[in-house]
Design a protein around this ligand. Structure first.
Ligand SMILES: NC(=O)c1ccc[n+]([C@@H]2O[C@H](COP(=O)([O-])OP(=O)(O)OC[C@H]3O[C@@H](n4cnc5c(N)ncnc54)[C@H](O)[C@@H]3O)[C@@H](O)[C@H]2O)c1
Length: 443
């Protein structure tokens, strides 16, 4: 069993630290946010994730995990800090760099540093160079074709693929790609993951591992952009996109994703920009996909604004604020962006139904324009109903209850696949009302 220091105790770092502790390691979690440190030391997670609370409580109780605001000496350092983008969609590496600086004085010969943060190609090498500058007394690999004899510090990139909502299970079952600065670096990292990962572990060099993670998220983004573009075309041609995709997917080699109000979250909406930034001339498809997905939220906003024109004192009920169903995460959420725009740019009374949040996100609350409401109260009061996220509570909604409303369904909740599964000749999509807008979207 090893001594491990995990830097960053957010959506990735906390489940990872808790899992390592449950595998028997001695884990110190380090986060610059004092409230997060206090919450974790009391055994409480600062975000909702199935099974995490139990794993964390056990880790704290057995004293295998403790949180603090500065890092400690360890055999392994795992960096899981944010990698957002800044203006101009350029990667903002300040958190990764700060965490690397914070461990520099603690490093000892033979320690292993694992970068889990999703990073532009070349980041692991840059950290190695930075640390080599800070610690001339230690040996760091400088090139991926070097060897790492015992006593040299090892560096690897091990990107994370876990799905919010299923993180604890996927931490164990997912296959992992581990890219070392050298082969020995990859092997040292793999030895740690072997203590809790049951999926296959694939070793490569750090540049390839960095690229693979960005490729995975770009692949998702491009495919969602295709579905979102189709939804715009279908709107223009007055075709039910849900029905059209359902039928197209009957082709044995076609599998179109669902459209949505845009793409959100900390990964898919961000990481493709790292690829574009590193090879702008070659990344034309990836850039266009990003633009299509970002543009979809603006399009939905304009549809809602347009549908208000004929109403006096319109009341708009928006269902969902988070970036995807059944989570409490609103980062980069297109639903939040749409409601924020409605609050800032229209006079409508705005009701929001979001079963995963106890309070409005601060930026939205600051507008003073939005009321949190339950499902039925929002429906009863609304002239216009906008479905933005397909939360499980909304999937139970009876479409007939919305017959008198203008419905803008961006996630296909009002779509009825049974009609087609029964082999009936598809007719025009059932219109909820004369003004209903049914051709929607869902990520
Ligand atoms: N959330 C996901 O589903 C997911 C999935 C795959 C990969 N990733 C990647 O994992 C990385 C972390 O993402 P996250 O969602 O866990 O972020 P997060 O914002 O939830 O957590 C990051 C934590 O790091 C802390 N932090 C910042 N700087 C620090 C420093 N110098 N030292 C110690 N702590 C510091 C922050 O206070 C925060 O609590 C990102 O690169 C992200 O792209 C995230």
């Amino acid at each position: 069993m090893s001594k491990i220091c995990v830097l960053g105790l957010g959506y990735i770092g906390l489940p990872t630290a808790s899992m390592l502790a449950s595998a028997g390691h001695e884990v110190v979690g380090c986060d610059i946010n004092a409230a997060i440190v206090a919450s974790i030391n009391s055994g409480k997670s600062h975000f909702d994730e199935p099974d995490l609370e139990m794993l964390l409580a056990a880790a704290i109780k057995t004293e295998r995990l403790r949180a603090q605001s500065t890092p400690s000496e360890a055999d392994y350092f795992i960096i899981a800090v944010p990698t957002p983008f800044m203006d101009g969609k350029r990667p903002d590496m300040q958190f990764v760099e700060a965490s690397a600086r914070s461990i520099a004085p603690l490093l000892r010969p033979g320690d292993t540093i694992i970068l889990e943060s999703t990073s532009p190609v070349g980041t692991t090498e840059r950290i190695a160079a930075m640390l080599a500058g800070a610690r001339p007394d230690l040996h760091f690999p400088r090139h991926t074709d070097e060897t790492s004899p015992p006593g040299h510090v090892r560096l690897a990139h091990c990107p994370e693929r876990i799905l919010p909502g299923n993180m604890v299970r996927e931490l164990v079952t997912n296959d992992r790609v581990i890219g070392g600065m050298t082969e020995a670096c990859a092997e040292a990292a793999a030895k740690l993951y072997a203590t809790f990962v049951r999926g296959d572990v694939f070793l490569t060099d750090c540049r390839t591992a960095e690229f693979v993670k960005l490729v995975e998220n770009s692949y998702r983004d491009v495919n969602i952009a295709f579905a979102n573009e189709l939804s715009l075309i279908a709107d223009r041609l007055d075709i039910d996109i849900w029905h059209a995709i359902e039928l197209a997917n009957k082709h044995p080699r076609v599998s179109i994703l669902s459209p949505g109000p845009g793409v959100g979250g900390h990964c898919i909406a961000v990481d493709p920009w790292f690829v574009v930034d590193s090879a702008p001339d070659e990344s034309r498809l990836i850039r266009t996909a990003r633009e299509i997905n970002d543009g979809k939220a603006r399009y939905v906003f304009e549809r809602i604004a347009k549908s208000m024109h004929r109403l006096r004192n319109p009341v708009v009920a928006c269902y969902g604020l988070t970036y995807k169903p059944d989570v409490d995460d609103t980062r980069e959420s297109p639903a939040l962006e749409i409601v924020q725009h409605l609050a800032e740019k229209t006079d409508a009374r705005l009701l929001v139904c979001e079963p995963n949040l106890e309070a409005l996100p601060p930026g939205l609350a600051a507008t003073g324009r939005v009321e949190l409401c339950d499902i039925d109260a929002a429906r009863i009061a609304a002239d216009i109903v906008v479905f933005l996220v397909a939360h499980r509570q909304f999937r139970k909604i009876n479409p007939n209850q919305f017959l008198s409303k203008i419905v803008i369904d961006t996630v296909g909740l009002m779509h009825s696949p049974q009609r087609f599964a029964a082999g009936m000749t598809p007719s025009r999509p059932a219109r909820m009302a004369d003004e209903a807008i049914l051709k929607g979207t869902q990520t």
